[in-house]
Design a protein around this ligand. Structure first.
Ligand code: AMP
Ligand code: MN
Ligand code: MN
Ligand code: MN
Length: 284
């Protein structure tokens, strides 16, 4: 009896970033790293951007991998910054393209506000510095975090979030983001599947998360991430239960940004529990 070749078994990674947002690799490098790690179906889900998808699609085809269009939209829900992933949408959708343009303008406007707030704390000229780090990528807080590290103001990006940019800190500007329901509508208008990203990362109480899932579902959201990077088995169980309770398909992904961050490397996470209805049945 032949052994099953692990490289041939399907492995879906439906959440990852390139340098078109706050990742550090080119889309083609994300694709080739995913291939090396055994991923057979990949979605790149840059923050509020689809500008890396064309390059990734070509690279994936050359490696005989399935590629799924993706995006991670920034939203605001009940005072919490929430992320909605869109999968398998039409990149030519007028509604989605207009929405992405708006999100891009909001990102720039937000970056100006973050820089103003940092200036009030005595950190000057942060906008130009963060823009330089962002390069062609959609500018975000990780670029400001890197700038603060480069200037020696904090030892690492996690400290930058803790002190300056994370929830409740001066650089946490989220009032420009749309409501979750609107992001779901944009994705659905483009024929995609809306996925609530990493629900456990919002640190909500279970009752608040249930309220979010209720609204998300009512707006047309179809799936939630049950597995996001390496996570504790009890988190996976609890997310799988919520997906079943709300009749949502289950998604999984690494949330890969940087090869140096080993805890969120491409394809490196536990499989979805067998009880889950995988999101890829929506397009398979
Ligand atoms: P933004 O899209 O500008 O709101 O930035 C959000 C991104 O910052 C997330 O997608 C993560 O990549 C990163 N991030 C959020 N919180 C932290 C943290 N505590 N430490 C390091 N990176 C973080
Ligand atoms: Mn990110
Ligand atoms: Mn996210
Ligand atoms: Mn992400």
């Amino acid at each position: 009896m032949a052994l099953i070749d692990q490289k041939d078994s399907p492995l879906f990674d439906l959440h990852s970033h390139s340098l078109h947002s706050d990742g550090i690799l080119r889309p083609q490098a994300v694709v080739s790293r995913a291939k090396e790690n055994g991923v057979t179906t990949l979605a790149i889900t840059d923050h509020d951007s689809i500008s890396g998808l064309a390059e990734a699609r070509v690279a994936a085809a050359a490696l005989d991998m399935q590629f799924i269009n993706g995006i991670e939209l920034s939203c605001l829900w009940d005072g919490v910054g929430v992320h909605v992933v869109g999968l398998n949408f039409d990149t030519g959708s007028d509604v989605l393209l207009a929405a992405i343009e708006g999100q891009g303008r909001a990102r720039v406007e937000r970056a100006v506000m973050i820089a103003e707030r940092l200036a009030r704390l005595g950190i000057a000229d942060a906008l130009a510095g963060a823009q330089e780090i962002a390069g062609i990528g959609a500018i975000g807080r990780p670029h400001f975090a890197q700038l603060l590290v480069n200037r020696g103001l904090v030892p690492n990006t996690s400290a930058a979030f803790k002190r300056y940019l994370g929830a409740g800190k001066p650089g946490d500007v989220k009032q420009l983001w749309p409501p979750v329901a609107r992001a779901v509508e944009w994705i659905n208008a483009a024929g995609g599947v809306a996925v609530l990203a990493h629900p456990e990362k919002y640190k909500m109480t279970r009752s608040k998360l249930r309220r979010l899932l209720t609204e998300f579902r009512a707006a047309g959201g179809q799936a939630m991430e049950v597995v996001s990077g390496r996570q504790a088995p009890d988190v996976t169980r609890s997310m799988a239960q919520l997906a079943a309770e709300f009749g949502l398909y289950a998604s999984c992904g690494s949330d890969f940004h940087d090869p140096a961050q080993a805890w969120q490397d491409l394809g490196r996470f536990e499989p979805l529990p067998a009880s889950c209805e995988p999101v890829w049945t929506c397009w398979a």
